[in-house]
Design a protein around this ligand. Structure first.
Ligand SMILES: NC(=O)C1=CN([C@@H]2O[C@H](COP(=O)(O)OP(=O)(O)OC[C@H]3O[C@@H](n4cnc5c(N)ncnc54)[C@H](OP(=O)(O)O)[C@@H]3O)[C@@H](O)[C@H]2O)C=CC1
Ligand SMILES: CC(=O)N[C@@H](CCC(=O)OP(=O)(O)O)C(=O)O
Length: 344
């Protein structure tokens, strides 16, 4: 299979190269930029001698003619337009941005603060939460890869919500992210001097991932769900931890809930459920496509604490995108994604 990557010079695009350069069935055919054409190893010197392919301009007709799949690792607004231009061109599209994830264009415009693509395009996009939407992903031509925070939050909440074990109005998701989640374009908030030895909350009750999380939770719950979701920037390069608090409908101890999580995710190679009393940390998934989950049920308060961790660039972006491509083409789900986390 031949793949094209647009947005190659960003962090998500760079991570796609790291994965696909060693993929057994998907070969990187072309990589693209809006800037000057040059070997990508000039942009990313760590690729020198390993992957020196030249970045070329974005010509959608040519890309569609030459490749089987295109990965859009581009900013929101840009991605939606590119996805539209690839439609009906006999090429599969995986978009890493938020442009195709929300089914309601009005909600998109309210949260993303710019124009949505047409509803007819949104309706064709399949939401690519790999573990929960595999059948639809298998037949998708246009795939909306989930956001980094929603991936961690939804994988952590799904078993108890789908089994209707929690009060769906009680969900609080406290999320923390490393700085690569903000992308490669410099901004005040990501300056070393502002970030180092700091811990900041941002986009309080305004984060664009709130409607994405609520959309999927409402589908599972068959009734509208609203969540409290807060995001924090922490001085690490990669990694997301979501600490989720929910009220249980009836008392259930930690062991029973862990059994439910283990059964639910049995056969899903990238979800690892921890033992009773053990919680995952972000470094334990760094550089890998794993989502690790730990939990504890507090009989005193009746609340359940769920902790999920991912690498935002892997399971939160490029890793899940390749996992979805594997499902779309019928390859083994783990193909190209068997890297062991980088520890310590
Ligand atoms: N970073 C993360 O952890 C995650 C990111 N995402 C999403 O994935 C996408 C990529 O993110 P990330 O890699 O972090 O972002 P970056 O800012 O690091 O990179 C974005 C890339 O998009 C390209 N680009 C910018 N404008 C245009 C344009 N008008 N036309 C074509 N290409 C353009 C740029 O490439 P060039 O300058 O070479 O043209 C740039 O390198 C975003 O939508 C982001 O929201 C999703 C989940 C997690
Ligand atoms: C740390 C950090 O700034 N993270 C970004 C993640 C954005 C992202 O990935 O955006 P989409 O998923 O909507 O494309 C943020 O919180 O906005």
């Amino acid at each position: 299979m031949k793949a094209a990557i647009i947005g190659t010079t960003g962090y998500g695009g760079g991570e796609l190269i790291r994965i696909l350069a060693n993929h057994p069935y998907i070969k990187i055919h072309s990589i693209h930029t809006t800037r000057d054409e040059k070997p990508v190893s000039e942009e990313y010197p760590h690729l020198t001698g390993i992957f020196d392919k030249v970045l070329t301009k974005i010509e959608t007709d040519k890309i569609a003619e030459e490749s089987d799949i295109v990965f859009l690792a581009t900013p929101s607004k840009v991605s939606g337009k590119l996805a539209e231009s690839f439609l009906n061109k006999n090429i599969k599209v995986i978009d890493l941005s938020g442009d195709l994830r929300l089914k309601d264009p009005t909600a998109y415009e309210a949260w993303y603060k710019h124009e949505s693509v047409d509803a007819s395009i949104l309706n064709q996009a399949v939401y690519g939460l790999s573990e929960w939407n595999r059948e639809q992903i298998r037949n998708a031509n246009l795939l909306a890869n989930p956001g980094c925070y929603p991936t961690a939050a939804l994988l952590g909440l799904a078993p108890v919500l789908t089994e209707k074990l929690i009060d769906s109005n009680s969900i609080i998701i406290d999320a923390k992210s490393g700085v690569s989640g903000a992308g490669r374009s410099p901004s005040m908030g990501t300056l070393y001097a502002e970030l180092n030895e700091n811990f900041k909350i941002y986009k309080v009750n305004e984060h664009q991932h709130i409607p994405e999380i609520e959309q999927q939770l409402s589908l599972w719950n068959e009734e509208e769900v609203n969540v409290t979701f807060s995001t924090h920037l922490i001085p690490i390069t990669r990694g997301i931890m979501t600490t989720i608090y929910v009220q249980l409908k009836e008392e259930l101890n930690t062991s029973r809930l862990l059994d439910l999580y283990k059964e639910t995710y049995d056969g899903h190679p990238f979800i690892r459920v921890r033992k009773n009393g053990v919680f995952p940390s972000v470094k334990e998934v760094k550089g890998s496509n794993y989502c690790d989950i730990g939990l504890n049920s507090d009989s005193r308060t009746g609340r359940l604490t769920i902790v999920s961790v991912i690498d935002n660039l892997m399971k939160g972006a490029a890793g899940q995108a390749v996992q979805n491509a594997n499902i779309m083409f019928g390859f083994e789900e783990r193909a190209g994604l068997e890297m062991i986390p980088l520890y310590p």
